[in-house]
Design a protein around this ligand. Structure first.
Ligand SMILES: *Cc1c(COP(=O)(O)O)cnc(C)c1O
Ligand SMILES: [Zn+2]
Length: 445
């Protein structure tokens, strides 16, 4: 059976463009493009036959189908030849039952989908494998591509650099100088990317990379390129698969450029349309208060979206004031009875720390999503019997300074409620024993 997909305008203009054409916007109206699958061809299998196929491939060594993304290849990039897949066995990340954390909210069924437990430590791997694989095929087919470029708040560049290095394709990364963590800066350097640190913010880098990729031979890897969203949508399929094909009631996701929430919705839509599921979850998009243009638009009844200049936030990967995918995000949230919440610096830091005390190790963006869950729970939108899944977008290990500063009580605008510092002691048994018992006593109360 032959499946196929092509680019189409999100605003509904008529043209269709092959996935291996270098094109990011609709030539008629300038809007973004999205990947459109031949759904009739995909209907040749029933919902239960797709489930059977996906379960057969799940986490196997059958390359590349053991990858969480490529196990769904027919739904992701059917036009890709197997030999061009550039994979790090992405996806298949653990779904953590945050039992103790959930209890503090009066919920029994809170789960954290740990997308940060991935090759480069964020969900960006899910999309980058699709984009870089497609470019590899374009190069094999003789397209004149010299390099792949992106603007990044830190995680896109880490993923791009790793997949490009793995494929032997040069990568170019534009980062806002001083606004990504040390770990995120080191990642593309280690992978041999050409790294440019620009004296601007993410939105400034984004404007320049769009011009750079209008030049001949430099391909754009930001999420305005919909190939990435095709990989990212598999997170929805994985979550449902990990619950034995049951759809949760709520999914909470942090958003910056807003591609990922659109991808999440696309994954749920596709499962519903192809008969694997019989309902959609509600979605909650979570923003940092310092970078909250979508929250503001939501509060105004969606009518008036206005870009803003995002301020500094610990959730640096979502410090974006002019999100490229705003239109598709609004469309997705409307279709999924969605809500938008925001988190202050204090709220995101405390939520992250609370989840950590219950066994997670969350990044600040996951803290934003957890704080949003706490708010929609307090408002009664999430009910006690309901199942909620929080998307953890990156690995907490990339954000060591955020953790250290929380526990040192040094984050601006945050008065840390539960700092935990090491106790310095001499190397003497009696002193250690006294300190341990004293501290256990103090912590028990
Ligand atoms: C990229 C990123 C986001 C935001 O995803 P968008 O698609 O830009 O909304 C959230 N968290 C982390 C850790 C990220 O790297
Ligand atoms: Zn158009």
């Amino acid at each position: 059976m032959s499946y196929s997909a092509s680019f189409r305008c999100v605003a509904g203009c008529h043209g269709t463009y092959p996935l291996d054409q270098v094109i990011y916007n609709c030539p008629e109206c300038g809007e973004l493009l999205e990947v459109h699958h031949d759904m009739d061809a995909l209907r040749n299998r029933s919902g239960s036959a797709w489930i059977k196929l996906f379960d057969q491939r799940w986490m196997t060594r059958d390359w590349p189908y053991g990858s969480g993304v490529w196990g769904k290849k027919e739904w992701v990039q059917p036009n890709l030849r197997e030999e061009n897949v550039v994979s790090t066995a992405e996806g298949g990340t653990n779904l953590f039952w945050a039992e103790r954390y959930g209890k503090t909210l009066g919920l029994k069924d809170v789960w954290i989908k740990n997308c940060g437990n991935s090759h480069t430590g964020s969900f960006k791997d899910l999309g980058m494998t699709v984009l870089v694989s497609t470019v590899k095929q374009m190069i094999e087919d003789g397209k004149p591509i010299r390099a792949i470029a992106c603007a990044s708040t830190g995680d896109t560049s880490a993923a791009l650099a790793a997949y490009c290095a793995s494929a032997g394709i040069p990568s170019v990364v534009l980062l806002p100088k001083g606004k990504v963590t040390t770990a995120q800066l080191v990642q593309p350097l280690a992978n041999g990317a050409l790294v440019c640190a620009l004296d601007t913010d993410f939105d400034g880098c984004m404007a320049i990379v769009q011009k750079l990729t209008n030049e001949e031979g430099i391909y754009l890897a930001n999420s305005m390129n919909s190939l990435r969203l095709e990989g990212q949508k598999t997170v929805a399929i994985e979550i449902v698969q990990q619950f034995d094909w049951q759809v949760p009631d709520w999914v909470i996701i942090p958003g910056g450029n807003l591609g990922n929430v659109a991808a999440l919705a696309a994954g749920f839509d596709m499962m519903f349309e192809l008969g694997l599921t019989s309902k959609r979850p509600r979605l909650c998009l979570a923003q940092a208060e310092k970078a909250n243009p979508l929250y503001r638009a939501y509060k105004q009844g969606w009518d008036s979206f206005e870009a803003m200049t995002a301020e500094a936030t610990e959730a640096s990967a979502i410090r974006i004031g002019n999100p490229v995918s705003v239109r598709r995000a609004i469309r997705a949230l409307k279709a999924f009875d969605g809500v938008v919440e925001q988190a202050s610096e204090s709220e995101l830091a405390e939520a992250s720390a609370a989840a950590d005390r219950a066994g997670s190790y969350t990044c600040p963006h996951t803290g934003v999503a957890l704080a949003a869950l706490e708010k929609i729970r307090a408002k009664g939108l999430v009910e006690p019997g309901q199942r909620a899944v929080v998307i953890a977008t990156a690995n907490g290990l990339k954000f060591t300074q955020f953790k250290i500063r929380y526990h040192e009580n040094e984050i601006p605008e945050v008065q840390s409620k539960h700092p935990n510092k090491p106790i310095s002691l001499p190397s003497e048994f009696e002193a250690v024993k006294a300190a341990v018992f004293k501290e256990l006593e103090a912590r028990a109360t």
